[in-house]
Each structure stands twice: as C-alpha cells, then as structure tokens.
Design a protein around this ligand. Structure first.
Ligand code: C5P
Length: 223
C-alpha cells in the first residue's frame, strides 16, 4: 500500500490532537504530535533557566538537545535526555514557553528535520501549525481546524481541570491562547496559516465524531 500523510493544522484548542489520534487509530497509522516537540524544547529551557524568548540562547540550547519520540501501545511518548517527559510538558508554563521557542528558526529547523524523518519512514497523521505549509507540503491530505476563541478556551480549561491543574481560571486560559495565537500567526518563519490546498473545518459546533467523520469522507479515497 502507498504511504500516506495527513496534515492537521490549526490554533490551540481547535481539536487537532483529539481528532488526529482518532484518525490514526482508524487507519492504523502513526500519529505525530509536533507540538510536543516544541514543548519539550521549552521544558529544557525552563529547567536550565534559559529565557524561552532569547533567540541566541535558544539556538545554542537546541544544538545538542536529545529529543526522542517513542511509541508504546500506540501512544506517543516523548523523551528528553533519556527521560520520559510526556506528562510534564502539559503545563500552562510550558505551553507559553513552547510558543516562544517556536519562533526561533534554529529550533524549528531541528524539529522539522525529526518530523520529516518520521513521515519518510511511516504513514502518518501529523498535527501542528505548519505541517501543511512547511513540514509536509506534499501531504496526501491537509486539514485546517478552527473554532471560536470561546470554544477553544473552554476545551483547554476542561482539559487542564481533568489533569488536576486547577490553578488557572477560564479567563487565564483564554489569555494564554490569545497570546499563542498571536505569537504563532505573526512569526516570520513558518507561521500558523492555512495551506492553500487545506480543507478548513470549523469545529465550534461539531462533536468529535462529526469532525472525524468529515475527515474520513476525504481520507477514504486514499486508503
Ligand atoms: O499544539 P501545542 O499546543 O502542543 O503546541 C505548542 C506550541 O508549539 C504552539 O503554541 C506553537 O507555538 C508551537 N508549535 C509550532 N509548530 C508546530 C507545532 C507546535 O510552532 N508544528
């Protein structure tokens, strides 16, 4: 069977990872969460006391960073310097840090190299901000998920609550998302944007199942 790649881009809280995971399961192909990589770079910076907005220091920090993506029971685990940090990268502090480090070209080039390597070896569903526009311009199919800022904030807020992170208000979460939206869309190198040939889906009023079904309608022609 021919290898396929599905790019799913969009802002935080649009439903990318939930949807991408389900699609990958349905098709029995890999799911690569590229945001986890930028989060891991941010975690390293925070641990080492490096300012995530400092381009020069961030470029240096990624030179010899050891990030590995490992799958166990179909779940993506991410390792930093040999240790599993999959859970540790989900904090609000790391989210903001990730958005900062993601503006640094040296960081992006390093992560994109890893991402392209995965897609070269496997059929994959990849989610992120620049997958359709930059990482996999020749992806089999590209989707761009959006939702209202309110819907996205509520989803992220509930996600944090479900993980026991109760220190942020809904308003805080909304501010963080707005900060990241702005940062991600306005950076010079590979910003968040819809690829010309991407199919846009507004998920505000759709259930997860409805979004998956919509995407599968397109995908089924290729599998
Ligand atoms: O998707 P997630 O919220 O985990 O991504 C964290 C941050 O990583 C985003 O706000 C964005 O700045 C950055 N990112 C990126 N390009 C990607 C994936 C994530 O710049 N392909």
């Amino acid at each position: 069977k021919a290898r396929i790649s599905i790019a799913i881009d969009g802002p935080a809280g649009a439903g990318k990872s939930t949807i991408a995971k389900l699609i990958s399961k349905t098709l029995n192909i890999l799911y690569l969460d590229t945001g986890a990589m930028y989060r891991t770079v941010a975690l390293k910076a925070i641990r080492e006391g490096v300012d995530t907005s400092n381009r020069e220091q961030m470029s240096k920090l990624v030179e010899d960073i050891d990030i590995k993506v490992v799958y166990s029971d179909d779940i993506q685990h991410i390792f930093l310097d040999g240790k599993d940090v999959t859970e540790l990268i989900r904090t609000p502090e790391v989210s903001i840090g990730a958005s900062n480090v993601a503006t640094v070209p040296a960081v992006r080039l390093k992560m994109v190299e890893l991402q392209r390597e995965v897609a070269k070896q496997n059929s994959v569903v990849m989610d992120g901000r620049d997958i359709g526009t930059y990482v996999l311009p020749d992806a089999t199919l590209k989707f761009f998920l959006t939702a209202s800022i309110e819907a996205r904030a509520i989803r992220r807020y509930n996600e944090l609550l479900s993980k026991g992170m109760t220190q942020m208000t809904l308003e805080d979460v909304k501010k963080d998302i707005e900060y990241r939206d702005k940062n991600d869309s306005s950076r010079d190198f590979a910003p968040l944007s819809k690829a010309q040939d991407a199919i846009e889906i507004d998920t505000t009023d759709l259930t997860i199942e409805q979004v998956v079904n919509k995407i599968m309608e397109y995908v089924k022609e290729y599998v």
